[in-house]
Design a protein around this ligand. Structure first.
Ligand SMILES: [Zn+2]
Length: 178
């Protein structure tokens, strides 16, 4: 029998092969040792494929990605793949379900910093390159953006788009955010 269990310490889910006979189980994520009988079993199944699917569903739920999960192969398909001898490990399964295994491992971790988009960099360029009059010239803005890894063409294009959308104005080559 297989069981999907949850760690009370870090909240991750993993698969136990034989929950009836194992006295203890170690969380694969945080390394905490648990008494098997005290672990909460979210799902039990005779088939490994079904347990793997249940675990992926729990992970997907945790990441609020149930929609993505619903688009993946169902249990029947998975069992056929198993019967055909196609080996499916957890990571492959998660790949198929559109869940990045590395991200799944970090599920719940929202502390990672997101780097600014090109659009944000160009906006910052206009804002931060402004002189006393609150305007910045095109070259200064493009230099600022290229210094931060935006190709010059892309930066120029984004700057023009800001102007066309009415989010920035241009007078005599000087730009200002509205
Ligand atoms: Zn843990």
């Amino acid at each position: 029998m297989y069981a999907v269990v949850g760690c009370t310490e870090c909240g991750s889910y993993w698969l136990l092969d034989d929950p009836e006979t194992q006295a203890s189980a170690t969380c694969l994520t945080c390394g905490r040792r648990h008494q098997t009988k005290k672990l909460r079993r979210f799902y039990t199944a005779e088939s490994r494929a079904a347990a793997v699917e249940a675990r992926a569903a729990l992970l997907a739920q945790k990441r609020d990605q149930t929609e993505q999960f619903e688009a993946v192969p169902d249990a029947g398909q998975l069992q056929r793949q198993v019967a055909e001898g196609t080996r499916i490990d957890d990571d492959e399964y998660l790949d198929q379900s559109g869940v990045d295994p590395e991200e799944a491992a970090e599920a719940g971790d929202v502390s990672r910093e997101r780097s600014p988009s090109r659009d944000e960099i160009v906006r910052n360029a206009v804002r931060e390159s402004s002189d006393g009059g609150g305007t910045a010239d095109r070259e200064t803005i493009l230099d600022y953006a290229t210094d931060r890894g935006v190709p010059r063409d892309a930066a120029a294009d984004l700057l023009d788009r800001l102007r066309r959308r009415g989010e920035a104005t241009e007078t005599n080559g000087e730009y200002r955010l509205l």
